[in-house]
Design a protein around this ligand. Sequence first.
Ligand SMILES: O=P(O)(O)OC[C@H]1O[C@H](OP(=O)(O)OP(=O)(O)O)[C@H](O)[C@@H]1O
Ligand SMILES: O=c1cc[nH]c(=O)[nH]1
Ligand SMILES: [Mg+2]
Length: 213
Amino acid sequence: MTSETDHLTVVTHPLVQHKLTLMREEETSTAKFRQLLREISQLLAYEVTRNLEMTSKTIKTPMCEMEAPLLDGKKLALISILRAGNGLLDGILELVPAARVGFVGLYRDEETLQPVQYYFKVPENLEDRLVIAVDPMLATGNSSVAAIDLLKQAGATNIRFLCLLAAPEGVARMKEAHPDVPIITASLDEKLNEQGYIVPGLGDAGDRMFGTK
Ligand SMILES: O=P(O)(O)OC[C@H]1O[C@H](OP(=O)(O)OP(=O)(O)O)[C@H](O)[C@@H]1O
Ligand SMILES: O=c1cc[nH]c(=O)[nH]1
Ligand SMILES: [Mg+2]
C-alpha cells in the first residue's frame, strides 16, 4: 500500500503507520524505539526491494522439478548513513543476509546544518549493484545529498534512498540534486522547524535509538 509520485513513495500500509505512531511518541523508551525501527525497516524493505532483479535455479520439490526464482543478494549494496542509518540496516540485513554493506559517516553541524564527513567505506564494484542508502531522517536533505554525491563518486549509478520520515524541504532538495534517486519513506511530514528538525517528526533519531540524550 503506497502513495506514489515518480520520485517519492510513501508506504501507507497500516502496520507501518501504527508502528510509526509508537515511535513518534515522546515516552517511547530507547529499547522499544529500537525494536520498532527494526520491525518497520523490514516492512519498508518489502517496498524498497520491489522489482529487484531475479535469477532462477532448477530445484526439485517433492512433486517435480521446477525452475524457481531466486534473489542474488550479492547484487545489492546496503549503505547505512551513520549513525542512525544502522537502525534501518540491521532489519533489512536479516531479510537479505547476502547483501553487501557500506557505511557513510556523517553528522549534521547543529549551527550550519551542513554535514560533516568522518567515515566512508563501501563495497567494490558499486556500478554493478543496486545501491540502497538508508537513513531514518530526511530533513534539510543536506546529509542525504552529500551521501549520494559520495556514492556516485564511488561509481554507483542505480541508487534508491530509504528513510522513515521525510520533510518536504528535504524531498525537494533531493529531487533537485539527485532526480534519478527514488525516495521511499513511511511519512512525508509537515515541515522543518528553525533548528532543522522535522515537525511533527520524532525528535533526534540517533539519540532516541542509542539513548545518548
Ligand atoms: O537532512 P538533514 O538536515 O541533513 O538531517 C538528517 C540527518 O540528521 C541525522 O543525523 P545526525 O547528524 O543527527 O547524526 P547521527 O545519525 O549520528 O545522530 C539523520 O540521521 C540524518 O543523517
Ligand atoms: O528531525 C530530525 C532532523 C534531523 N535529524 C534527526 O534525527 N531528526
Ligand atoms: Mg542525530
